[in-house]
Ligand binder design. Structure first.
Ligand SMILES: Nc1ncnc2c1ncn2[C@@H]1O[C@H](COP(=O)(O)OP(=O)(O)OP(=O)(O)O)[C@@H](O)[C@H]1O
Ligand code: SF4
Ligand SMILES: [Mg+2]
Length: 365
């Protein structure tokens, strides 16, 4: 989304937020609010503190000289309570997947802490991490490439159970495959099919069944619905919501734009160039977006009503996202920010709680 458009002014952003809310049926919002009330006092399951992932960029004949670093994630902090869904939103390359990969320990962070149920994943040895891996699963964006085309669906769903030895024998695994297919809205006969015999939505249901097979506590959904048609997206979101409520699951739900996360998420964190710039409960963020970047993302959400689309006045946020190898000084958003003042290029804004539970990294507002 390089041609991002912004209202820039607070009044216009409120208008944009109101328009976005027209996309969401009242019943979905009410269900989410009920679930919010249920987990409000729940303990934290995931705590991320000052997480940094700086990838070295090497050069020289043997690629042994570190010439620079890509600051993919640059000091982010957030918590996710048990049973909560936190949305992580931002433009391509802002560090969402890297955040998820650090939690999964597929990347080893440069700095910071990731506490899962009180244990710091960054310090865990491989054996302890293996034991924890069962509890943290992932659903990927692309249901076409994330399933092995040579394996039958039953084998794909069984595999994590074999790896983590959660079901002792084949009969138990086969029974669990049937149960999972059923749970994910698929005919049990799909167990004997191959991924190419299924539609995109059906494959993503298989991805969800595979993640659920080892009874995880926490699931990272990395753009889990982005590759699907809009009508199928809604079905998968409903499935994720039902499963969350049924099994008390906790999700980190990663997405490019704000339009899809509102149905499912309780709170949303907005990322820009390796940093979290705003974090708030869903209704608060959509109703009262404070950071100019969040306002721009909200204004870019398509509105289905052509009359409303006509009255919406945009202001372009100029320029491309800068390189995370050489991020701007001060506030990283300052070269594109419609509200920037001279000091923005000099001082890194503090992440402040401007309203209860509503955190913003901007020193001007
Ligand atoms: N292993 C790596 N080595 C060097 N740079 C990397 C590596 N992995 C990611 N990056 C860079 O880190 C930045 C953040 O990447 P990341 O994949 O986390 O972004 P993203 O927000 O998930 O983007 P998208 O929405 O496109 O999936 C990008 O500039 C990317 O090129
Ligand atoms: S600190 Fe300055 S540049 Fe950054 S978001 Fe606020 S106004 Fe814009
Ligand atoms: Mg990504």
């Amino acid at each position: 989304m390089t041609n991002m458009e912004s209202t820039g002014a607070a009044g216009q952003s409120a208008e944009a937020a109101m328009q976005v809310s027209t996309l969401v049926p009242d019943t979905a919002l009410e269900q989410r609010r009920q679930s919010e009330r249920r987990f409000a006092l729940a303990p934290d399951l995931v705590t991320v503190r000052n997480l940094k992932m700086h990838f070295p960029v090497t050069e020289g004949a043997l690629f042994n000289k570190v010439a620079a670093h890509v600051r993919a994630v640059d000091g982010i902090s957030f918590t996710i309570r048990k049973g909560e869904t936190l949305g992580l939103v931002g433009e391509s390359g802002c560090g969402k997947t890297t955040t998820g990969r650090c939690i999964l320990r597929l990347d080893h962070p440069t700095g910071g802490e990731i506490l899962f149920d009180g244990k710091n994943l960054v310090d865990l040895d491989d054996k302890s991490m293996r034991a924890l891996r069962r509890k943290i699963q992932v659903i990927f964006q692309d249901p076409y490439s994330s399933l092995n085309p040579r394996m039958k669906i039953g084998e794909i769903i069984s595999e994590p159970m074999k790896v983590h030895r959660t079901e002792p024998n084949k009969a138990a695994r086969d029974a669990r495959v049937m149960e999972l297919l059923n749970m994910c809205g698929l005919d049990p006969r799909f167990a004997d099919r191959y991924p190419h015999e299924m539609s995109g939505g059906q494959r993503q249901r298989v991805g969800i069944a595979r993640a659920l097979s080892v009874r995880p506590e926490f699931i990272i959904c990395d753009e889990a619905i982005s590759a699907l048609d809009v009508s199928i997206q809604a079905q998968i979101i409903n499935l994720l919501e039902d499963l969350r409520d049924q099994f008390g699951l906790t999700y980190l739900f990663i997405a490019h734009d704000l339009s899809v996360v509102r149905h499912l998420c309780h709170r949303v964190a907005v990322m820009y160039l390796g940093k979290i710039v705003e974090l708030a409960e869903c209704d608060e963020l959509y109703g009262n977006p404070l950071h100019p970047y969040t306002q721009a993302l909200l204004a870019a959400v398509p509105v289905p009503d052509p009359d409303m689309e006509k009255v919406r006045s945009y202001r372009i946020v100029k320029g491309e996202v800068p390189s995370p190898m050489n991020p701007p000084s001060g506030c990283v958003f300052h070269p594109r920010c419609p509200l920037a003042v001279e000091n923005c290029a000099k001082t890194v804004p503090e992440f402040r709680e401007l309203r209860p539970g509503h955190w913003v990294a901007c020193s001007v507002i």
